[in-house]
Design a protein around this ligand. Structure first.
Ligand SMILES: [Zn+2]
Length: 269
């Protein structure tokens, strides 16, 4: 906090979007909109989206999507690989200076500019479901009862629950003993309570461990995550289940690879 963005380098323009409050301007998004020469006074997070608020009130929302990552590189460190880098902010802070680097190989994420934090809440964050990182069983139950789609699709649907990606959806369903194709509204309260508990625990542990190295995830300091070693199902199709030793199954749900144990994850209530 209190850091100043001195310059912004935009390498790819099609990831930039104008949020509400900016609609009347037709000119292309300038580096000032991306907070060049601004002091950052506040940082917020909701699900997989981050918001940087500047002294002037302007807000930048960075959506990590499915494969996006933000990396902080201190001034003296070299950027070893600039593949899929879309935007670089140079930051001068009270304690350290460096660059904030946004990459997104699959380009499902992006950057949105807003005139105010309220505009961001109204046009984007109010449409998201409760944040998975601290979700309670009652609110998870209220979201799931509304839909017949499979529990795996529901977990990936950010408007129902925000912040769960493909890896952690599989891990949480395995830990909770719930088959990924189960209709969401048919889960029992006991199962939903178990799922809420594992969502909080697994996501909080993953953040503490620096995320996952799958898809070359790096944390904000550029360190490669260590969580990959703890995956119980993701990336382990046809390998023995850690609980029952039978081979894990692989299928596709919501266009995403899904790995599960047909013995340990119950297909019925
Ligand atoms: Zn098993």
């Amino acid at each position: 906090m209190g850091s100043e963005i001195t310059t912004v380098r935009i390498l790819r323009r099609d990831i930039l979007h104008r949020g509400s409050g900016y609609e009347k301007e037709t000119a292309r998004i300038k580096s000032e909109c991306l907070l060049a020469r601004s002091r950052i006074i506040r940082l917020d997070r909701y699900g997989k989206q981050l918001a940087l608020s500047s002294e002037s009130g302007k807000v930048l929302c960075i959506h990590l999507g499915m494969s996006g990552q933000l990396q902080y590189l201190p001034t003296k460190s070299r950027l070893e690989n600039n593949r899929h880098v879309h935007c670089i902010w140079t930051i001068r802070g009270p304690k350290s200076s460096g660059r904030l680097i946004f990459r997104d190989p699959r380009r499902f994420g992006g950057i949105w500019v807003f005139a105010t934090l309220d505009e961001l809440h109204i046009s984007r964050w109010s449409r998201l479901g409760p944040d998975a990182l601290d979700i309670r069983s009652r609110s998870l139950f209220q979201q799931l009862i509304r839909t017949r789609k499979s529990i795996k699709s529901a977990l990936l649907d950010q408007s129902l629950i925000a912040g769960v990606g493909n890896i952690y959806a599989d891990e949480c369903l395995f830990a909770s003993g719930i088959h990924p194709s189960r209709p969401s509204n048919e889960l029992s309260t006991v199962e939903v309570t178990r799922l809420a508990k594992h969502l909080r625990k697994i996501l909080q542990n993953a953040i503490r461990a620096g995320g996952s190295t799958i898809h070359s995830y790096r944390d904000g300091n550029g360190e490669v995550g260590t969580y990959v070693s703890k995956h119980q199902v993701y990336g382990r199709a046809h390998m023995p289940c850690v609980k029952c030793r039978r081979p894990l199954c692989r299928t596709t749900i919501a266009q995403r690879t899904t790995v599960f144990c047909s013995t340990c994850q119950r297909a019925e209530n």
